[in-house]
Design a protein around this ligand. Structure first.
Ligand SMILES: N[C@@H](CCC(=O)N[C@@H](CS)C(=O)NCC(=O)O)C(=O)O
Length: 139
């Protein structure tokens, strides 16, 4: 089955999947999709409109953690989650930490305010950015 990845290369969640596909030498097509102004059809692949999403034949999947696990399960290749249950648990913890703790501050607050909002006609919330940077600095 042919695998299609939808997303924009600036997204850390999309880059996670691109690194996996490259590491595991998995053939795929990349279709550029921004995380805003999504066409209606994209919500059938990614119900929340977020990137990344994939199509693999008739299967549509969203969320980078779900996609990474599916690719590992369906394509195998180099071990992505380590060789033992302990290593797999550690990898998953780091993934959740990056996705939901670092991502909330770095991507959804700093990047969104400083880059995306001005690009889309909004204005940067400097207080939110400053608070996020302070929380990120000990990480
Ligand atoms: N938990 C999701 C997060 C994906 C995510 O938030 N992607 C951002 C781009 S970096 C997005 O699509 N934002 C648009 C939105 O939230 O509407 C994943 O791991 O795939």
């Amino acid at each position: 089955m042919s695998l299609t990845l939808y997303g924009a290369i600036l997204s850390p969640y999309v880059r996670k999947i691109r690194i996996q596909l490259a590491e595991q030498l998995i053939p795929h097509e990349l279709v550029q999709q921004a995380p805003f102004r999504q066409p209606d059809w994209y919500f059938e692949i990614s119900p929340l409109g977020r990137i990344p999403a994939i199509k693999d034949g008739d299967l549509a999947l969203a969320d980078s953690a779900v996609i990474a696990q599916y690719i590992q399960d369906s394509r195998g290749g180099a071990p992505l989650f380590g060789d033992t249950p302990e290593q797999a648990a550690r990898v998953r913890w780091l993934e959740k930490y990056a996705d939901y703790e670092v991502g909330a501050l770095a991507t959804h607050t700093v990047f969104a305010n400083r880059i995306l909002k001005p690009l889309t006609g909004g204005s940067c919330d400097d207080t939110a950015v400053q608070q996020a940077l302070e929380k990120l600095s000990p990480l």
